[in-house]
Design a protein around this ligand. Structure first.
Ligand code: FES
Ligand SMILES: [Fe+2]
Length: 361
């Protein structure tokens, strides 16, 4: 199917061809044409706020380390040793230097190579020839992003007016503190997850507690060039028992969930200041991990923060079985083309159209 035929099918509310969700060659192209060119969430700024701290992540199979060097500078590097390519740092923490676990080449947090055992025995060896390879990083509020493409537009351009939208909700984004992370690994293609988090058509059948709190008849969907916006508000009379939800009164009144192409979502929920991110990371053509980071303003109590994380954890767990069922159906290659519900799934259609525009040009 060429681009024109795909666009015509999408226009008719048809879904993407099933083979788009399992082809290993397509997966490699996606890594190169999408994930290595777009801004990717790297982790919470709180993990690298102090001089001498670092955190690691992986973007499109590339190990990344973000550091706060002793000079106070925030930097990002390809986390691969310049000796024989071992991954250098793991996890996150504090350290004056990063030591490769293989032959102990040692890097300063500014990326420079400061020690290589027995290098004095080499006829010519200049450590300044072998710094860690830098990558672009930037920050929005409590979030650090990385981009493997030196030519990509700035993070501020990628985000557009999204920071203003969050400010308008009343969320004090600069007061948010990182609290915790939840990760889920699913045997599905990453696109299946993205197509799911931009629609709430499945919410009544899959997320009863969520549907009991939020008024799904008053749920707004808006497609922008590179983002998809969902807005919701709590029911006047929630059907979900308070014990199964969290305290969504005070401060921010409406939920705002913005998905930014290709794999990131920022969510502010009603309440004093409850914010979390979703970052979808492909692990292969039919495997992915969703990483959810939770942030709260200081007035949110520990118990309420835990309730919110538990509430969202339940939502994440509820998505797994239906999405893995989709993956099995797509993988059977025996299904007929799907039919999107235009009024309820316009953002899923928009995601598919963006995908075709990027990948099939
Ligand atoms: S691969 Fe890193 S020190 Fe040898
Ligand atoms: Fe869901």
């Amino acid at each position: 199917m060429d681009r024109q035929a795909l666009n015509a099918a999408l226009e008719q509310c048809r879904t993407l061809p099933p083979e788009f969700y399992s082809d290993p060659h397509r997966h490699r192209r996606e890594l190169d044409q999408i994930f290595r060119q777009e801004w990717q969430y790297a982790g919470p700024l709180d993990r690298v706020r102090e001089a001498g701290s670092y955190m690691t992540t992986v973007v499109a199979e590339v190990p990344i380390v973000v550091t706060r060097a002793l000079d106070g500078g925030l930097r990002g590097f390809v986390n691969v040793c310049r000796h024989r390519s071992a991954v250098v740092a793991s996890g996150c923490g504090r350290s004056r230097s990063l030591v490769c676990p293989y032959h102990a080449w040692t890097y300063s947090l500014d990326g420079s190579l400061i020690a290589a055992p027995r290098s004095e025995r080499e006829a010519s060896f200049d450590p300044t020839d072998f710094p860690l390879r830098p990558v672009r990083i930037d920050v929005w509020g409590p979030l650090v992003f990385v981009n493997l493409d030196q030519e990509a537009p700035a993070l501020a351009d990628w985000l557009g007016d999204i920071p203003d939208m969050y400010a308008e909700t009343g969320l004090r984004i600069d007061d948010l503190a990182y609290r915790d992370r939840r990760e889920y690994t699913l045997d599905i293609n990453w696109k299946t997850y993205a197509e799911n988090i931009v629609e709430c058509y499945h919410c009544p059948s899959v997320h009863p507690a969520f549907a009991g709190v939020f008024d799904l008849d008053d749920y707004e969907l808006e497609a922008r060039a590179r983002s998809s916006i969902q807005r919701t508000r709590p029911r006047e009379r929630p059907r979900t028992a308070a014990a199964d939800a969290y305290d969504f009164t005070g401060g921010v009144e409406d939920g705002l969930y913005v998905f930014v192409w290709p794999n990131f979502m920022a969510n502010v929920s009603p309440g004093i200041g409850h914010f979390h991110t979703n970052s979808i990371q492909p692990l292969g053509p039919d495997r992915m991990v969703i990483m959810n980071d939770f942030f709260f303003v200081p007035e949110v109590s520990t118990a309420d923060a835990d309730s919110y994380i538990g509430f969202q954890h339940q939502v994440s767990l509820e998505d797994i079985a239906p999405l893995e069922a989709v993956a099995r159906g797509l993988g059977s290659r025996a299904g007929l083309p799907g039919r999107l519900m235009q009024a309820s799934e316009p953002l899923t259609q928009h995601f598919m159209q963006t995908y075709v525009a990027v990948m099939e040009s």
